[in-house]
Design a protein around this ligand. Structure first.
Ligand code: NAP
Length: 269
């Protein structure tokens, strides 16, 4: 059977460069053309690095439809499926079609700034903060119904895939990616007689949109929108809409992959 190309994407640390060289040799010996860029007939992207490198590749190629697999040479490697010692197993199992595709939901944000609309997508989360460490004040609606006026450092809206990242550090819940929800998690919410909003995360079903209108002084000040660590400042912000993303990210998983075993191995052991 004709084999299409495999694109190798790596960060620059020595372990990644060495793994990439070994993998390239092994793939070529097994009859797979190795691509050094994302091409139309690329059938798989192998990302060598940590979660940060995987997020970088996904953003650089604008959430392509092609599946990704990660080889962990980074620190945590929550998305990553393989270790550098498993290259032969990877080529064998891939050739035997012994894998499944995990589809991960994304989150979309639409920012209206003076009538100019900007759109961004996150695989982990979108964070909304001030650009200068001041508190921000946001009027929030869910599905068109006004819910709360938030005051604090900001909010994040995390996907299930991102629930183990920034969201978890903020006290949010870990969500199995088979549960299709967005999680709105506050960052240092103020709760006094002056300000009142939910202090815990809340979960939103995929069909409901989160609407945000900056309140009072916040409407004149720049807001910082952070999508998987990539930042953009907007000023003034008239309105924001956040919803489940249109795009999906596909990760290749081998037969022994289990989400909760992975969570345990990265967070409890
Ligand atoms: P980064 O240094 O690239 O990542 C920070 C840490 O988060 C790294 O250890 C990374 O793993 C890990 N990580 C990334 N995605 C993850 C996921 N889905 N589940 C579990 N851990 C994950 O930081 P960055 O460039 O600023 O932003 C990238 C991501 O880092 C953001 O999307 C955000 O979720 C997370 N972040 C976390 C905090 C926090 O926890 N306080 C603050 C800012 C950002 P690797 O070591 O394998 O790269």
């Amino acid at each position: 059977m004709k084999k299409n190309g495999i694109f190798l994407y790596s960060n620059k640390i020595a372990a990644s460069v060495e793994t990439r060289t070994r993998l390239e040799e092994k793939l070529e010996k097994s009859g797979y053309p190795v691509h050094n860029s994302l091409q139309e007939d690329t059938e798989l992207v192998v990302v060598i690095g940590g979660d940060g490198t995987l997020l970088e590749a996904i953003h650089q190629f604008d959430f392509p439809d092609v599946p990704f697999i990660g080889i962990n040479t980074g620190h945590l490697g929550f998305f990553q499926e393989l270790m550098p010692s498993q290259l032969d197993d990877f080529i064998f199992n891939y050739g035997q079609n012994r894998f499944s595709i995990q589809e991960l939901s994304t989150v979309d944000i639409r920012v209206d700034s003076n009538g100019v609309i900007s759109n961004h997508t996150g695989l982990n989360e979108i964070a909304i903060k001030s650009n200068d460490n001041h508190s921000i004040h946001l009027n929030m609606s869910i599905g068109g119904s006004f819910i709360q006026r938030f005051s604090g450092d900001g909010v994040i809206i995390a996907t299930p895939a991102g629930s183990t990242a920034y969201n978890y550090s903020l006290g949010g819940s870990i969500v199995d990616p088979r549960v299709n929800v967005l999680q709105l998690t506050p960052i240092a919410p103020m709760n006094t007689i002056a300000y009142r909003s939910f202090t815990s995360s809340i979960l939103l079903p995929p069909e409901l949109e989160l609407g945000i209108i900056p309140d009072g002084r916040s409407s004149e000040k720049p807001l910082r929108i952070i999508f998987d660590g990539y930042c953009k400042n907007y000023s003034p912000v008239d309105s924001i809409k956040v919803s489940m993303g249109d795009k999906k990210v596909k990760l290749l998983r081998f037969d022994n992959y289990d989400f909760w075993t992975k969570v345990k191995s990265k967070f409890l052991l």
